[in-house]
Write a new protein. Sequence first.
Length: 151
Amino acid sequence: MSEPVQESSAPRVRTPIHLWIVGVLALLWGAMGAVDYLASQMRWEPYMANFTQEQLDYFYAFPAWMVAAWAVAVWAGLAAAVGLLMRRRWAVWMFALSLVGLAVSTFYNFVLTDAAEVMGTVPTVFTVVIWVAAIALLLYARRQAMRGVLA
């Protein structure tokens, strides 16, 4: 007769309510990024009609490596939000990977090209907001992993 499976003797850390709040907000934030990415890549007319022809020409001229960096930023961020809600430690790595994609795409937009001139002030300021959110989510997930909330 086999012995019953024993559960780990390490106490399970209770999920704090703020994890659910941050996780859902991160999921919504990531979903917004995914919609933006997909609508832009699929050239969805109702979405792209919000941009000038100069802005559309700018988007459509992205090199493949820039599109790939943007994809990494978006999809890794969305996966990280899911991982956070699942209480998985790999969410930290996915938030970090998302930040790498963001760094590459920001470098392209503001160092290699004239995105600020083409896109105007609001998208440029929004890039700062994206950076703040990405860094905050990475730090939050890292802290939750260190506390044992993420396994």
